[in-house]
Design a protein around this ligand. Structure first.
Ligand code: UDP
Length: 179
Protein backbone atom coordinates (compact mmCIF):
# COMPACT_ATOMS: atom_id res chain seq x y z
CA UNK A 1 0.00 0.00 0.00
CA UNK A 2 1.32 3.40 -0.95
CA UNK A 3 0.99 5.90 1.89
CA UNK A 4 -0.09 9.25 0.51
CA UNK A 5 -0.93 11.36 3.53
CA UNK A 6 1.94 13.77 2.91
CA UNK A 7 0.50 15.05 -0.38
CA UNK A 8 -0.87 18.61 -0.33
CA UNK A 9 -4.52 19.33 0.30
CA UNK A 10 -6.48 20.52 -2.70
CA UNK A 11 -9.49 22.18 -1.06
CA UNK A 12 -9.88 24.71 1.72
CA UNK A 13 -11.36 23.08 4.79
CA UNK A 14 -14.16 24.58 6.82
CA UNK A 15 -12.34 23.40 9.94
CA UNK A 16 -8.62 22.96 10.44
CA UNK A 17 -8.97 20.27 13.09
CA UNK A 18 -11.92 18.09 14.04
CA UNK A 19 -12.78 15.35 16.46
CA UNK A 20 -14.99 12.66 15.00
CA UNK A 21 -16.84 10.56 17.53
CA UNK A 22 -17.61 7.17 15.98
CA UNK A 23 -19.91 4.97 18.00
CA UNK A 24 -19.27 1.26 18.09
CA UNK A 25 -22.55 0.71 16.30
CA UNK A 26 -21.35 2.81 13.37
CA UNK A 27 -18.78 0.07 12.69
CA UNK A 28 -20.96 -2.89 13.54
CA UNK A 29 -22.78 -5.50 11.56
CA UNK A 30 -26.47 -5.01 10.80
CA UNK A 31 -27.36 -6.45 14.21
CA UNK A 32 -25.47 -3.62 15.91
CA UNK A 33 -22.97 -6.13 17.28
CA UNK A 34 -19.41 -6.97 16.25
CA UNK A 35 -17.48 -5.41 13.39
CA UNK A 36 -18.43 -5.27 9.73
CA UNK A 37 -15.41 -5.38 7.43
CA UNK A 38 -17.17 -3.62 4.55
CA UNK A 39 -18.36 -0.80 6.82
CA UNK A 40 -14.87 -0.38 8.26
CA UNK A 41 -13.46 -0.20 4.74
CA UNK A 42 -16.02 2.41 3.68
CA UNK A 43 -15.49 4.58 6.76
CA UNK A 44 -11.72 4.35 6.34
CA UNK A 45 -11.87 5.35 2.67
CA UNK A 46 -14.03 8.38 3.46
CA UNK A 47 -11.69 9.45 6.24
CA UNK A 48 -8.66 9.07 4.00
CA UNK A 49 -10.37 11.13 1.31
CA UNK A 50 -11.28 13.90 3.77
CA UNK A 51 -7.74 13.99 5.10
CA UNK A 52 -6.30 14.08 1.56
CA UNK A 53 -8.69 16.53 -0.06
CA UNK A 54 -9.04 19.01 2.74
CA UNK A 55 -5.86 18.54 4.74
CA UNK A 56 -7.97 18.66 7.89
CA UNK A 57 -6.56 17.18 11.09
CA UNK A 58 -8.77 14.29 12.19
CA UNK A 59 -8.81 12.73 15.64
CA UNK A 60 -11.32 9.94 16.10
CA UNK A 61 -12.80 8.98 19.44
CA UNK A 62 -14.17 5.45 19.10
CA UNK A 63 -16.98 4.00 21.17
CA UNK A 64 -17.44 0.40 22.20
CA UNK A 65 -21.18 -0.14 22.31
CA UNK A 66 -21.00 -2.81 19.59
CA UNK A 67 -19.29 -5.01 22.15
CA UNK A 68 -20.13 -3.73 25.59
CA UNK A 69 -21.63 -0.81 27.45
CA UNK A 70 -21.05 -0.45 31.16
CA UNK A 71 -24.71 0.25 31.80
CA UNK A 72 -25.64 -3.14 30.41
CA UNK A 73 -23.55 -4.86 33.06
CA UNK A 74 -24.75 -2.50 35.78
CA UNK A 75 -28.32 -3.36 34.84
CA UNK A 76 -27.46 -6.98 35.52
CA UNK A 77 -26.08 -6.22 38.95
CA UNK A 78 -22.41 -5.83 38.03
CA UNK A 79 -20.18 -3.36 39.76
CA UNK A 80 -20.32 -0.27 37.53
CA UNK A 81 -16.62 0.54 37.54
CA UNK A 82 -15.81 -3.04 36.57
CA UNK A 83 -18.41 -3.00 33.78
CA UNK A 84 -17.04 0.32 32.54
CA UNK A 85 -13.48 -1.03 32.37
CA UNK A 86 -14.84 -3.73 30.09
CA UNK A 87 -16.41 -1.02 27.92
CA UNK A 88 -13.16 0.91 27.70
CA UNK A 89 -11.34 -2.21 26.54
CA UNK A 90 -14.04 -2.69 23.88
CA UNK A 91 -13.15 0.73 22.46
CA UNK A 92 -9.53 -0.42 22.06
CA UNK A 93 -10.70 -3.38 19.96
CA UNK A 94 -12.60 -0.97 17.70
CA UNK A 95 -9.62 1.39 17.54
CA UNK A 96 -7.31 -1.37 16.34
CA UNK A 97 -9.84 -2.50 13.74
CA UNK A 98 -10.21 1.05 12.45
CA UNK A 99 -6.45 1.50 12.26
CA UNK A 100 -6.14 -1.66 10.22
CA UNK A 101 -8.80 -0.40 7.81
CA UNK A 102 -7.20 3.05 7.55
CA UNK A 103 -3.79 1.66 6.76
CA UNK A 104 -5.26 -0.62 4.12
CA UNK A 105 -6.84 2.49 2.60
CA UNK A 106 -3.35 4.04 2.43
CA UNK A 107 -3.83 6.36 5.41
CA UNK A 108 -1.19 6.71 8.12
CA UNK A 109 -2.71 6.45 11.57
CA UNK A 110 -1.92 5.95 15.22
CA UNK A 111 -3.96 4.46 18.03
CA UNK A 112 -3.59 6.18 21.38
CA UNK A 113 -5.33 4.86 24.43
CA UNK A 114 -6.28 6.41 27.76
CA UNK A 115 -6.14 2.92 29.28
CA UNK A 116 -2.49 2.07 28.92
CA UNK A 117 -1.79 -0.99 26.84
CA UNK A 118 1.77 -0.45 25.59
CA UNK A 119 1.98 -3.66 23.61
CA UNK A 120 -0.85 -2.64 21.30
CA UNK A 121 -1.14 1.16 21.31
CA UNK A 122 0.56 4.35 22.43
CA UNK A 123 -0.53 5.98 25.65
CA UNK A 124 -2.54 9.15 25.13
CA UNK A 125 -0.28 12.17 25.53
CA UNK A 126 -1.75 15.43 24.28
CA UNK A 127 1.40 16.87 22.75
CA UNK A 128 2.25 13.62 21.02
CA UNK A 129 -1.28 13.41 19.67
CA UNK A 130 -0.97 16.92 18.22
CA UNK A 131 2.36 16.06 16.66
CA UNK A 132 0.82 13.04 14.91
CA UNK A 133 -1.98 15.25 13.58
CA UNK A 134 0.50 17.82 12.29
CA UNK A 135 2.27 15.06 10.41
CA UNK A 136 -0.95 14.15 8.59
CA UNK A 137 -1.74 11.04 10.58
CA UNK A 138 -5.26 10.25 11.64
CA UNK A 139 -5.22 9.67 15.38
CA UNK A 140 -7.61 7.15 16.89
CA UNK A 141 -8.31 7.85 20.53
CA UNK A 142 -9.37 4.71 22.37
CA UNK A 143 -10.05 3.94 26.00
CA UNK A 144 -12.49 6.84 26.41
CA UNK A 145 -11.40 9.19 29.18
CA UNK A 146 -9.71 6.30 31.00
CA UNK A 147 -12.21 6.70 33.84
CA UNK A 148 -15.32 4.70 34.67
CA UNK A 149 -18.67 6.51 34.96
CA UNK A 150 -18.12 8.35 31.69
CA UNK A 151 -18.87 7.63 28.05
CA UNK A 152 -16.90 8.22 24.90
CA UNK A 153 -19.05 11.29 24.16
CA UNK A 154 -17.42 12.89 27.18
CA UNK A 155 -14.04 11.74 25.88
CA UNK A 156 -14.77 13.42 22.53
CA UNK A 157 -15.62 16.73 24.22
CA UNK A 158 -12.58 16.52 26.48
CA UNK A 159 -10.12 15.69 23.71
CA UNK A 160 -11.61 18.31 21.39
CA UNK A 161 -11.00 20.96 24.05
CA UNK A 162 -7.47 19.67 24.70
CA UNK A 163 -6.34 19.65 21.09
CA UNK A 164 -8.31 22.80 20.21
CA UNK A 165 -10.49 21.20 17.57
CA UNK A 166 -13.02 23.51 15.92
CA UNK A 167 -15.77 20.92 15.71
CA UNK A 168 -16.94 17.64 17.14
CA UNK A 169 -18.70 15.51 14.55
CA UNK A 170 -20.68 12.52 15.64
CA UNK A 171 -21.00 9.39 13.53
CA UNK A 172 -23.76 7.37 15.12
CA UNK A 173 -26.97 5.67 14.19
CA UNK A 174 -28.97 8.20 16.17
CA UNK A 175 -28.51 10.69 13.35
CA UNK A 176 -26.66 13.53 15.06
CA UNK A 177 -24.75 15.40 12.33
CA UNK A 178 -22.55 17.59 14.46
CA UNK A 179 -22.19 19.38 17.75
N1 UDP B 1 -16.45 4.03 29.12
C1 UDP B 1 -15.98 4.48 30.36
N2 UDP B 1 -15.31 5.66 30.42
C2 UDP B 1 -15.08 6.44 29.34
C3 UDP B 1 -15.57 5.99 28.09
C4 UDP B 1 -16.25 4.79 28.01
O1 UDP B 1 -16.16 3.81 31.36
O2 UDP B 1 -14.45 7.50 29.46
C5 UDP B 1 -17.11 2.72 29.04
C6 UDP B 1 -18.61 2.77 29.38
O3 UDP B 1 -18.94 1.57 30.03
C7 UDP B 1 -19.24 2.84 28.01
C8 UDP B 1 -18.32 1.93 27.20
O4 UDP B 1 -17.04 2.22 27.71
O5 UDP B 1 -20.57 2.35 28.01
C9 UDP B 1 -18.36 2.12 25.71
O6 UDP B 1 -18.39 3.48 25.38
P1 UDP B 1 -19.70 4.19 24.76
O7 UDP B 1 -20.90 3.69 25.47
O8 UDP B 1 -19.48 5.65 24.77
O9 UDP B 1 -19.68 3.61 23.28
P2 UDP B 1 -20.63 3.99 22.03
O10 UDP B 1 -22.04 4.05 22.54
O11 UDP B 1 -20.19 5.30 21.52
O12 UDP B 1 -20.39 2.89 21.04
Amino acid sequence: VRMTSASPATKTPRWRRVVLKLSGEALAEQSGFGLDTETLHQVASELHEARQEFGVDIAIVVGGGNFWRGLKGTGRGMDQAQADYMGMIATVINGLALQDALERAGQHSRVMTAVEMPKVAEPYIRRRCERHLEKGRIVILAGGTGNPFFTTDTAAALRAAEIEAQAILKGTHSGVDGI
